[in-house]
Design a protein around this ligand. Structure first.
Ligand code: 5GP
Ligand code: MG
Length: 188
């Protein structure tokens, strides 16, 4: 196990991501945060505390099965409870890996006719992407290794409470912050 992103780096970067969201959604009446359980929980909580517009917090829980691969079948274990019809939605997840789960969630939420859907993911592992998904807000780009901590489970279900992000396998690469993107045009 090797440290990849410190608690302090997480805190600072989540503040920056929150600032971007606050600027993009400035003046919004209500933003519906849909946190993807279980992994998105720490990020969703820390991010929500820094958002300045009124936010509704809801949760969706899905599982993707296919041995150790996530490109199998997605099951909805627990749906959101709030009505997002004609409302702006921000989906908050821990990590986008193959993109399969998020692609499924976006298609599913779209059936509920929200006004808009954006995606915030604490981590992005682009090396493994198989399904193109829009990620509007990314905390860190991580190398192609299994990571854990800060709400993400390790391989043995005992690492989710580690307050930083660790690489479960050794890596020479570091986590990096993506380049700042252009502001999204008026989101609400
Ligand atoms: P995807 O469908 O994009 O391949 O990944 C789906 C989910 O698998 C992610 O939201 C995350 O919960 C989990 N996952 C993917 N990569 C990792 C990883 O490196 N570490 C942990 N703990 N979970 C991962
Ligand atoms: Mg997840």
């Amino acid at each position: 196990m090797q440290d990849l992103i410190s608690e302090e780096a997480l805190r600072r970067r989540i503040e920056e991501v929150a600032d971007e969201i606050n600027a993009d959604f400035a003046g919004a009446d209500l933003l519906n945060l849909v946190v993807v359980l279980r992994g998105g929980c720490f990020f969703g909580t820390d991010l929500a505390k820094r958002l300045t517009m009124p936010c509704r917090l809801d949760y969706i829980r899905v599982t993707s099965y296919s041995g150790d691969k996530s490109s199998g079948v997605v099951s909805l274990m627990s749906d959101i409870r709030t009505d997002i019809r004609n409302q702006p939605v921000l989906v908050v997840d821990d990590i986008i890996d193959t993109g399969f789960t998020m692609a499924w969630i976006l298609r599913y939420l779209d059936l509920k006719s929200p006004a808009s859907v954006h995606v915030a993911s604490l981590l992005d592992k682009p090396a493994r992407r198989e399904f193109e998904v829009p990620i509007h807000y990314v905390g860190f780009i991580v190398p192609n290794v299994f990571v854990a901590g800060y709400g993400l489970d390790g391989l043995d279900d005992r690492m989710a409470n580690i307050p930083r992000i660790v690489a479960v396998e050794p890596t020479n690469e570091e986590a990096r912050i993506p380049p700042t993107r252009e502001r999204l045009p008026s989101l609400h």
